[in-house]
Write a protein that binds this ligand. Structure first.
Ligand SMILES: [Zn+2]
Length: 310
């Protein structure tokens, strides 16, 4: 069978767990099969190129015709992340490094006082940030704000940002690895090494006041609705009791945030999709139905970058 035929029907993706200095060793609340880990895990990649299809381990998303457009992740920061910035598509193309990276975060859980830093604090210049980063104090010049579960934050390419400790985020972003790290606070890994910084490249692509930050969605908790929409993705929170049928014809992802999703495709057996996993609904899938009760992020790829191929 042509492997691409397997991409024509809904399929569940196996997450890839990525160790990070700032991660957590205990993933049991999200992935019960993962007890305490030997290394801290920072990220579960739900739809990376290297993720394989749950029922077809020989097939990865890298084989999606034209490349899979969106990377989605769960992040588990136990310590703060570096101060960083991503290029946009034009800047990445000019540097010969592929796509840019616009991203969004949905706060799945947050300890009291957990904070995100998005954009420069009012009145701060890039020159001041450069000096602060050289001294390991770059984070102090960001615009920090407290977050709670249910908040949505938009981070367009060029927005300087940092993630604080004590939360769980679901991140939706362009499928790109292009990160310029501006300040890592002098942290060393278990081998005593510093991580590479890219201060000059990062400042060259930084765009203060590019429109990032906390999004006012007007949604109360437990309500379905739009969280954020841009040229690369449209992210909605979907809450259903009984049956819900997403509209067909677009590439769509569903990521359960509470409980397990039971998805009945047009033909065949239902797919069970656990918490913090992704199911891909290809544009060719025909009508599908979510059954039971659940909360999920529904991510739709808009037309211009719907890369389903031929
Ligand atoms: Zn980022």
């Amino acid at each position: 069978m042509d492997p691409h035929r397997l991409f024509e029907r809904p399929f569940r993706v196996a997450p890839y767990f990525s160790p990070r200095l700032w991660g957590t060793r205990d993933l049991r609340a999200w992935y019960p099969e993962h007890g305490t880990e030997s290394e801290p895990i920072g990220e579960a990649w739900l739809t990376a190129d290297r993720c394989h299809l749950w029922q077809h381990p020989d097939l990865t998303l890298a084989q999606w015709p034209g490349g899979f457009p969106l990377l989605t992740k769960f992040l588990f920061p136990h310590d703060k992340l570096s101060v960083q910035v991503h290029p946009n598509d034009a800047q990445a193309a000019a540097a010969g490094i592929g796509r840019g990276k616009t991203e969004m975060w949905y706060v799945v859980a947050a300890d009291p006082g957990a904070q995100l830093g998005v954009d420069l604090a009012p009145g701060t210049t890039l020159e001041q940030l450069e000096k602060a980063c050289e001294a390991g104090a770059g984070a102090e010049l960001l615009n920090w704000f407290p977050v709670q579960a249910g908040d949505t934050v938009f981070v367009p390419a060029g927005t300087i940002h940092a993630i604080g400790a004590g939360m769980v985020l679901c991140e939706v972003q362009q499928q790109s690895d292009n990160t310029y790290r501006l300040d890592d606070f002098g942290r060393r890994d278990s081998q005593g090494r510093l991580r590479e910084l890219h201060l000059k490249q990062g400042l060259a692509v930084a765009r203060p006041q590019a429109g990032g930050g906390l999004q006012k969605t007007g949604l109360s908790s437990g309500e379905s609705g739009l969280l954020v929409a841009c040229a690369y993705f449209r992210v909605e929170r979907r809450v259903w009791h009984g049956a819900y049928r997403p509209s067909a014809g677009r590439l769509r992802l569903l990521i359960p945030l509470q409980g397990e999703v039971r998805l009945q495709p047009a033909e065949g057996e239902p797919l069970m999709v656990p918490l913090a996993h992704a199911v891909v609904i290809p544009p060719t899938a025909g009508p599908v139905e979510l059954q039971g009760t659940g909360v999920a992020l529904e991510v739709t790829v808009p037309d211009p970058c719907d890369r389903r191929g031929a």
